[in-house]
Each structure stands twice: as C-alpha cells, then as structure tokens.
Design a protein around this ligand. Structure first.
Ligand code: NAP
Length: 244
C-alpha cells in the first residue's frame, strides 16, 4: 500500500519538487497550495503523467479553519497520513526598522503558525496510528540571522525550536520530527532579487554552487526513510557549506 504524504506549499519551487520526488518513490502526495491553483494542478498533472498519485487541496496554512478542513478531507479520502512536510513559506526582505506589525503578523502566521497548525492536525492522526514523520523546512537564516531578513530569520528559528520540542513530545508515539535547514536554493522566492544575487552569494558558498529544489527534496526523502529511523529532533543543513 502506498504511503500518504502531505506537502504544504507544493504548487512550485521546493515544495513541488518534494511532491514529485515523493510520488516517484511510491507515495501518494497531497499538494497543498493557497493561491496558485493552476500551478498546483500542473504539479498534480505532471505526477499523474508519470504514473504517480496526487491530489491538490487549497488551504491557507495560516488559517486554522482551512487547515482543519484540509485534514478532515485527507482523513476522509485516505484514512490516515504518514508524512507531513511543512514547506509553505514566504520571505520578507526589509530592514527591521522598516517592518510594520502587519509584516510580523503575516510572516510569523505563515511560516511559524502554519507549521504549528498543520503539525497539530497531522499529529492527531499520527498519534492514533502510532507512526509518522514530520519534516519542517527551515533556513540557514534561522540559524545565523540575516540582515534585511530579521522577521524571516525569527520565523525560521521558531521552526527549529518547534521541531526539537515536537521530536521530544512524540518520540514515544513512534513519530519522528526533523527539519531541513536549506541554504540558498534557486526558486521564485530568490529569483526576484535578480541574477546578480546568485552570482554575489555564490562567493560565500564553499562549493560555489547555488542549491536546487532537488537537493532539498532528496534530504527530506532521506529523513522520512527507514535509513533515518534513529534520527529525530535534528536539523539537517542542506546549504553547500554556506553555514558550517
Ligand atoms: P516559493 O517558490 O516562493 O514557493 C512557496 C510556496 O509556498 C508556494 O507553493 C506557495 O503557494 C506556498 N505558500 C505561500 N503562502 C502559503 C500559505 N499561506 N498557505 C499555503 N501555501 C502557501 O518558495 P521556495 O523557495 O520554494 O520555499 C519553500 C520553503 O523553503 C519556504 O518555507 C522557504 O522559507 C524555505 N526556504 C527556501 C530557501 C530558498 O533559498 N529558496 C532557502 C531556505 C528555506 P501559493 O502561491 O499557492 O500560495
């Protein structure tokens, strides 16, 4: 029987690649999205095109009612959930003194509260089945702090704290919780900074390579695999050495 994986924010970028990678590895994947319905449907079509199984569900991860409804739909259709990947996220490139309260509320709501909400509902199902894996997508900025990225850094540091605490709380329920802390990955999130951004930041990366979504997807797949059976509460750096 195929395992069921929910990937939040899987309409493009890292989330879409995680979804495709899981589908190629015998998972039925649920593609969560908020506003990019067409892109999410394209990811589903691509997966079905190569013989995989996928379903798109809209839910704003920052909205409790929408997240709860998404989980009700998943349990109704599939009966259980094996893997949750908390990937949905936004960035914000602003000096702290220019950030407004609304900026704080928005980025914390999506990046941190969204991880909390999806985990809460996934855990309900995972605890009753006494198995499951959660992987949260954090960032090296959450470990080292980024100038112009204070609120983003805080949200991703929060994700790391949540990961470690959840790992301790649910270890005895046979549920493993880990995070991938990604470096600079070529996606729409960074594309807006222009081609110079990648050239400049490459100088700071020991491998002199920008990461790609597949680099993150492979790490997530490893963390949910049986090869990672004794790994919980860990933050796996996938960053080309930009933070060691
Ligand atoms: P991206 O290309 O901008 O994709 C972001 C995804 O999140 C989209 O699918 C988007 O879907 C979804 N999303 C945004 N707000 C949402 C919400 N409220 N509810 C549900 N889905 C939502 O970004 P990415 O680079 O792939 O980033 C994916 C994750 O990796 C993020 O958590 C990011 O912080 C993290 N990360 C990225 C990098 C990097 O260099 N790219 C580095 C470290 C960590 P909709 O358009 O449908 O809303």
């Amino acid at each position: 029987m195929k395992k069921i994986a929910l990937i939040t924010g899987a309409s493009r970028g890292i989330g879409a690649q995680i979804a495709k990678t899981f589908a190629q590895n015998n998972y039925t994947v649920i593609i969560n999205y908020n506003s990019s319905q067409k892109l999410a449907e394209n990811v589903v079509a691509e997966i079905i095109g190569f013989g995989g199984e996928a379903l798109a569900i809209k839910a704003d991860v920052a909205n409790k009612n929408e997240v709860e409804k998404m989980f009700q739909t998943i349990i109704k259709i599939f009966g259980h959930l094996d893997v949750l990947v908390n990937n949905a996220g936004i960035s914000l490139n602003k000096l702290l003194i220019d950030c407004e309260e609304e900026d704080f509320d928005k980025i914390i709501s999506i990046n941190l509260k969204g991880t909390f909400l999806a985990s809460k509902y996934a855990l309900k199902s995972m605890i009753s089945q006494q198995s499951g894996c959660i992987v949260n997508i954090s960032s090296f900025w959450g470990q080292t702090g980024g100038a112009n990225e204070a609120l983003y850094s805080a949200s991703k540091a929060g994700v790391i704290g949540l990961t470690k605490a959840m790992a301790k709380e649910y270890a005895l329920c046979n549920i493993r919780v880990n995070a991938v802390s990604a470096g600079v990955i070529k996606t729409q999130m960074n594309d807006e900074y222009g081609e110079n951004f990648y050239e400049e930041i490459k100088q700071q990366i020991p491998t002199e390579k920008i990461g790609c979504p597949q680099d993150v997807a492979d790490a997530v797949l490893f963390l949910v695999s049986k090869q990672a059976n004794y790994i919980t509460g860990q933050i796996l750096n996938v960053n080309g050495g930009i933070l060691i």
